[in-house]
Structures are given as C-alpha cells and as structure tokens.
Design a protein around this ligand. Sequence first.
Ligand code: NDP
Ligand code: 2IT
Length: 448
Amino acid sequence: MLQNKYLQEVYRTAEARNAGQPEFLQAVLEVLESLEPYVEKHPELQENCIMERLIEPERMVSFRVVWEDDKGQAHVNRGFRVQFNSAIGPYKGGLRFHPSVNESIMKFLGFEQIFKNSLTTLPIGGGKGGSDFDPHGKTDKEVMRFCQAFMTELYRHIGPETDVPAGDIGVGAREIGYLFGQYKRIANEFNGVLTGKGIPYGGSLGRKEATGYGILYFADEMFRCMKNDTLQGKIAVVSGSGNVALYAAEKATELGAKVIAMSDSQGYVVDENGINLDVMIQLKEVERARISEYVKRVPGSRYVEGCRGIWSVKCDVAFPCATQNELHLEDAQTLVKNGLQALVEGANMPCTADAVNYFLSQPVLFAPSKAANAGGVAVSALEMSQNAMHDSWTTEEVDARLKKIMVSAFHQAYDAARECGKEGNLVVGANVAAFIKVSQAMLAQGLN
Ligand code: NDP
Ligand code: 2IT
C-alpha cells in the first residue's frame, strides 16, 4: 500500500489512464512501492514530474500486419513497438510473438526493460514490441512472410542509434534472420539494428545462452553472498523449455545442481535422474516438438498435463522461465512448504504480486527478474558494441563480461536494499538502484 501522497496520486492517475491494463499496472505499482522512501527524500522528483514521466511511454506505435499463408489466404495481425524511455541510451528490448500480446503486456515489458537495462551498467534505454501472431504450427515460409510484413512497417521506427529490437517469446534466431533480411532490403544498410542475429551475419557469440547463463551467474552470487553456500547438489525446477529455460537448465547443471522438471504451455516432465538436456534441446530448439515427447525418448521420466503443476515438484531452487504471472500465491505456498531455499525469476514478472510478497515474508532468497534475467539484454548491448566496431569477440570474452555484469547487478541490488534499510530485499534494491541512474539522467536532460 502506498503511503506517500504524491505517489498515491501518480498511481491513481495511472489506473484511470491505463484502465484494462492489469499487467502494466502491476509492474508500475511494484516500482512505486519500492521507491517510496527514496522519493520522500528527493522533492526534485515531484517538481519535475519524474514519476509521471517514467510511467508514460515516450512513444508507442501500433500497426496492421497483413500476410499470406501457404494456401494463399490472407491474415491480419496487430504489431506494436513501445519506445518507453531513452534517458540512458537508445530504446532496447525484445519483440514477442504470442497470441496473448496486447497493449498491457507490451507496456509492462517495456517498463520493466528500463530498469533492467539500467542494471546492466550499459547505455541502453527501455523498449519492447511484438505481435499477437502465433508462430506455433506455422511453416518457415509463413513465418518469413509474417516477419517481412511486420518489418515493412517497423523499419521506419528503428535504427542502430534509435531503437534496437531483439528476441523474446516466439522470436528466436529464425525470426530475427527474416526480420533483419527485410530491414536490410528496405533501409539499404547492414548495421546493428537488431540483436540476437545469427553468428555468420553479425550476431554475438554467447547471445543465445546469455539470458539463461546470466540467471545462474546471478543465482550463484546470491547464494554465495547471502547464504554462504553454492548451487552444488541443489535440486532445481525450471519452468518453460524455450530459449531462457534451456540455457538456465544447462548452466544450473554445470554448476552442480540437478534439474528434475521442465515444462511447456501444455504440461511438464519430471526426470528424477536429472533432465537430459541434449534430448531436451533437440526436441524444443531443433524439432519444435511438445515437451510430452521427452518421455518417449528418456525411460524413467514422466509427463503430467497442465503447466502449473510443476510448482508441486519438491525442490531447493525454483526458476520460473516461461511467462508473466505463471506462479501464483498457492504455488508459492506449496514451494515453501516443500522446503524451497530460493526463487530466481527467469521470465519477466513470472510471479504474481501476492506470490512475490509471500516469498519476501519467508526465509527464502528471492531474485527479481529485472535483475536476474538482465544477461540477455546485456549481451545484446555487447553485440551492438561489436557491430559498431565492425568486430567480433570470442565466446570466452563475452562470457567473462556477462559474468561480471551479473555479479554487478546482484551487488547493485543488494547494496541499494541495505542502504534503504531493507537488507536482503532484492526487489526494492533492484528498483532503487536502477531508478537512481535513470532519474538522474532524466533530471540532467531537462523537461522532455
Ligand atoms: P521462448 O518462446 O523461447 O519460450 C517460451 C517458453 O515458455 C516455452 O516453453 C513456452 O511453451 C512457454 N510459455 C509461453 N507462454 C506461456 C504461457 N502463457 N503459459 C505457459 N507457458 C508458456 O521464449 P523465451 O525463453 O525467450 O522467454 C521466456 C521468458 O523469458 C519470457 O518471460 C521472456 O520475456 C523472458 N526473457 C527472455 C529473454 C530472451 O533473451 N529471450 C531475455 C530476458 C527475459 P510453448 O512452447 O508451449 O508455448
Ligand atoms: O526481456 C528481455 O530482456 C529480452 N527479451 C531481451 C531483450 C534484448 O534486447 O536482448
């Protein structure tokens, strides 16, 4: 509950202006609550309407995307790009292709991206985009025609020093390739306008793995500093089986944890021997198959229909890596009852607000997504650097920088929490640390 009059008014206005956008309001409220003590000590924020400006996108475009399927039937989807905040750098953030995409989801993701990008220490502002197009069940040619139609409108709004999209749910290397090809054709420029590109045409080594690996570098530092412990021997559950989940599971295994369950939107698999990641990557990344196929290839594993049931699997560390609000209060209670030691958010805002508050009230480590999953966009920014320099770095060089960035993200959040008198609360810490940098940049740049 907000106590501060100014913040109450900011939130009331936000509710009225953004009615019907629950995900966006959820993300805004969490940030306002975290910032309350800082805002009270800094009257210049109110004088300059910093909070009002922070929650209002600088620009947002919505556009029609018309494409043709393999049978010659036309289809219409809606495309978006939210250019949320450019105080510390060009807009940067992914594109999501999923039937659930709407204005609320675009805006919550763009808003979160401002803070996440600030925590990377790199000069990138916040943005997000996407479409309600569903790549599931489409042929490569259909996906290509959709991406070409989408970029035919988007290209005029983006640029390597203006706004640099990348992947998110439903947008991986295949989609980025088609999007880049169309951008290049229309703009007649080969540049770093997109990240997550294929390695032969300007992609960064390590970008594919970066979000997942980064989550584990963050978790490892958190265990060391806050529990004087490591991930060695821990039982882990990872929801999702997309880009983030697969490489989170891979690095967790490398660090000595045993990942015993993973999911997709239909159900989850449990493998007490530890998920066989060669099989899982082949199924999900190469064959684009359902996760239920796993049990046909790995004896001794079992499949259960329904994705939320994964939180009933007993574990020491849980990594929700699928989507927003996938973990509810009851799931949080079940996990804690089963002995959970840490919850590390891999997806953006995967825990509902009451689940987050419950975890924070328990003796459990809680790593918020805007800090823990910053590794993906951080390596995207490293891809931008390499493109601007017409250079390419080795996997080792990129990985060393990623590790340093994730360790720094943890310490920024941890230290800021302690300075606010909320030691151990990384939600408050991440929001405050990220906000200080962005608000100082906004104040320095005057009213705009
Ligand atoms: P992918 O498309 O590669 O994978 C998404 C996974 O989540 C799939 O297993 C998918 O299952 C599952 N999923 C998607 N929607 C739902 C849903 N409504 N209910 C249950 N399961 C669902 O996406 P990513 O791995 O890239 O993204 C996962 C999360 O991580 C998202 O929150 C994204 O915003 C966040 N993220 C991504 C980054 C990146 O670099 N890619 C960086 C930072 C955060 P199915 O295949 O059945 O749909
Ligand atoms: O949520 C995210 O941080 C991403 N989807 C990655 C964004 C990026 O620009 O690499």
